[in-house]
Design a protein around this ligand. Structure first.
Ligand code: PGA
Length: 248
């Protein structure tokens, strides 16, 4: 069984000093064995985070460009991320889809580029409130998977995150039952295409120390993608322990 993956999506928060302070606090926290931990800082912080990360914890990026190099002012290639020590990259986060207009074609190209450069993409899907209220959630999720991963995705080498857009940064968390319903549909979609069970399906959207254990208990939830609550070392450490005895 693949380890539970807990990822910290720092978004556009923290500067150099705040990052140093965070890892000073982080190093005095206790972490459980057997959970995979990934930090996804803003790109200019990647190198610093790499130098401060405790052994065994991993690094990733929040963005990537689909081309290997070129005249793409402001962009960051997967090859560069790999050379900086990144092992993971987020693709298709709802903020990238909705604020920056990244469409299915680009997301699919980014997904392929990340694999080509040895990164493990966390491919994000999720419905808006309007889509949920119209009863379109499952159709939207299946369409996003097909467009981004392709009708014949690779058998392994990536993870998926389900992040209902209405739950991101809003304090409105999906219930474990809501999460399980969508996660099971994602798992069936992956199974039908021969994708290995080691492909985790993370839940994201207002995860906090108080709800993390219940969400991790939900069927097919193989990890958590944490935004706001990962910005404090203490609350992120609490989330890592979710559902485990603190003595483990
Ligand atoms: P949130 O963000 O935990 O602040 O809701 C999650 C995400 O956007 O990845």
């Amino acid at each position: 069984m693949a380890p539970v993956l807990i990822a910290a999506n720092w978004k556009m928060y923290k500067n150099l000093q705040q990052t140093r302070d965070y890892f000073e606090a982080w190093r005095s926290c206790r972490y459980p064995e057997g959970r995979e931990v990934v930090f996804l800082p803003a790109c200019p912080l990647i190198h610093l985070v790499q130098s401060l990360l405790p052994e065994g914890q991993k690094l990733g990026a929040q963005i990537c460009h689909e081309e290997d190099e070129g005249a793409f002012t402001g962009e960051v290639s997967c090859a560069l991320l790999n050379s900086l020590g990144c092992q993971y990259v987020l693709i298709g986060h709802s903020e990238r889809r909705h604020i920056f207009g990244e469409d299915d074609t680009r997301l699919s190209a980014k997904f392929k580029a990340s694999l080509r450069h040895g990164l493990r993409p966390i491919f994000c899907v999720g419905e808006t409130l309007d889509q949920r209220e119209a009863g379109d959630t499952l159709a939207v999720i299946r369409a996003q998977l097909a467009a981004g991963l392709g009708e014949q995705p690779p058998a392994s080498g990536f993870d998926v995150a389900y992040e209902p857009v209405w739950a991101i940064g809003t304090g409105k968390v999906a219930s474990p039952a809501d999460a399980a319903q969508v996660h099971k549909v994602i798992r069936s979609w992956l199974d039908e295409r021969g994708v290995e069970k080691g492909t985790r399906i993370l839940y994201g959207g207002s995860v906090k120390p108080g709800n993390a254990a219940d969400l991790l208990e939900a069927e097919e939830v193989g990890g958590l993608l944490v935004g706001g609550a990962s910005l404090s070392a203490e609350s992120f450490a609490d989330i890592l322990w979710a559902g485990l005895p603190k003595t483990a």
